[in-house]
Ligand binder design. Structure first.
Ligand code: 6GU
Length: 259
């Protein structure tokens, strides 16, 4: 996969040199190219922003410099273009999976109040363009959001994760623990500062371990993500799940749909 990132702060992307993503780049699985937007300015001050038409606070990124930068980076190619912005569509595990199947992504990082909207309109005539938000809070610019997205996408690429099962077991990935967050995990020693590892995990009984893990996942989902728990498909809950949810005083659909 090829990734191009255009930003006025290329230094933000040094984390992409290390860990999983860094290794994938060394192996050639990932080709990441970070570009300085100011390289396509023509004035001595390397100006990338101006005041907004219609008034209001802050500055808007100028269309001409973005146009020159994107044209130079893509040539005759047609990457999928992602514009990080708090007003974009939500970045989810599903979108990460979709983007992981693309051969080429271009991230256009805005700062200030954003990029002149005509830039997105212009490239949407030639490319698939998505404005994407990583959550309901406001960052000072798109750079950190792009790091988040690249890490989520990168670990899904074939051969990037050491353990192939890790990516399919994810809380928000399709599978049997689907729509539940993961429960707690433990390693040696069996007792640490008086805290014991739950005995069932050392029992060697795979069925009991699986049941315990599902219970803990349900507990954590009710506690930390009640909106996910409320959206659980009643058809995916067995008798044991229903009993546990009742103990947690969590309201579920009537018994009759159960399996
Ligand atoms: Cl993608 N960009 C900015 N600037 N803020 C955000 C965001 C993106 N997602 C959530 N907040």
């Amino acid at each position: 996969m090829r990734l191009d990132i255009i930003s006025i702060f290329p230094e933000y992307f040094t984390p992409l040199d290390v860990s999983l993503i860094g290794k994938a780049r060394e192996r050639g699985t990932l080709d990441v190219r970070v570009h300085q937007l100011r390289d396509w300015t023509h004035d001595v001050h390397k100006t990338v922003d101006d005041t907004p038409y219609g008034g209001g606070p802050g500055m808007v990124m100028k269309p001409e410099v973005w146009g020159e930068a994107i044209d130079a980076v893509i040539g005759d190619g047609t990457p999928r273009m992602i514009v990080p912005t708090p007003s974009g569509r939500p970045f989810t595990q599903e979108l990460a999976q979709e983007l992981a199947e693309e051969p080429w992504l271009l991230f256009a990082c805005g700062r200030y109040e954003g990029i002149d909207a005509r830039v997105m309109a212009e490239y949407a005539t030639r490319l698939r363009v998505d404005e994407v938000s990583i959550g309901d809070y406001v960052l000072a610019g798109g750079e950190v959001a792009v790091l988040v997205m690249v890490e989520a996408i990168g670990r899904l690429l074939p051969g990037v994760l050491g353990n192939a099962q890790s990516a399919v077991d994810d809380s928000f990935a399709p599978g049997s623990m689907r729509n539940l967050v993961e429960g707690p995990v433990y390693t040696k020693p069996p007792v640490w500062r008086g805290h014991e590892v739950p005995a069932v995990l050392m029992s060697g009984h795979h069925g009991k371990v699986a049941r315990w893990r599902r219970d803990e996942a349900l507990r954590r989902t009710v506690q930390n993500r009640p909106e996910l728990a409320a959206a659980l498909d009643p058809g995916t809950l067995d008798k044991h799940d229903r009993k546990l949810l009742e103990e947690l005083s969590f309201r579920v659909e009537p018994e009759d749909m159960a399996n």
